[in-house]
Design a protein. Structure first.
Length: 172
């Protein structure tokens, strides 16, 4: 399965988290909100960059956000291809040289060309020329990484503000 995992480090976040021994739910709440926004935006842009034939791959791209390590742990965001078996070939491409599996090509030829018997000719062309990478996950990450980082800076600032609201001061 193709998926994009990303890790964001934000200045001052570890210092803020260290003071949250009594208030882990505040950090977790804000980090989870930032990760949901980030995974949603990244997934949207991956879909935007995904080529469309019948729309199956594009429609299956999604994201999940989960808490890891409990309240004192962290938040993990994953954008994935929904188990579409050919997603990695679309993302990474395929080098020429070896003959590709024929069954998925037969289905593609039937759906796109209306003629499954064209699959052998298409497979020979793929073996000879390869398939160029579309890099939809990589392109989406390059587009969104600064915006995603900014979401975690904002989350840090909201954590600091929420702690200040209850009388806990943190300098970041």
């Amino acid at each position: 399965m193709s998926e994009a995992e990303y890790e964001v480090t934000t200045e001052g976040l570890n210092e803020a988290a260290a003071l949250l021994g009594r208030f882990p739910e505040i950090a977790l709440d804000e980090m989870q909100k930032a990760m949901v926004k980030s995974a949603t935006q990244l997934g949207s842009d991956v879909r935007e960059f995904t080529p469309v034939y019948m729309g199956l791959l594009r429609s299956k791209i999604g994201g999940t956000v989960e808490v890891v390590g409990g309240a004192m742990g962290g938040v993990k965001g994953i954008v994935h291809s929904g188990g579409v078996p050919y997603a990695s070939v679309v993302e990474l491409g395929r080098r020429p040289g070896s003959f590709p599996p024929i069954a998925p090509i037969e289905r593609w030829c039937h759906l796109v060309l209306g003629d499954a018997s064209a699959a052998w000719a298409v497979a020979r062309a793929i073996a000879a020329r390869g398939i160029p990478a579309k890099a939809m996950f990589a392109r989406a990450w390059l587009k969104d990484r600064e915006w995603i980082s900014s979401q975690f800076v904002r989350a840090r600032d909201r954590i600091v503000q929420r702690l200040a609201d209850i009388g806990v001061r943190i300098n970041v």
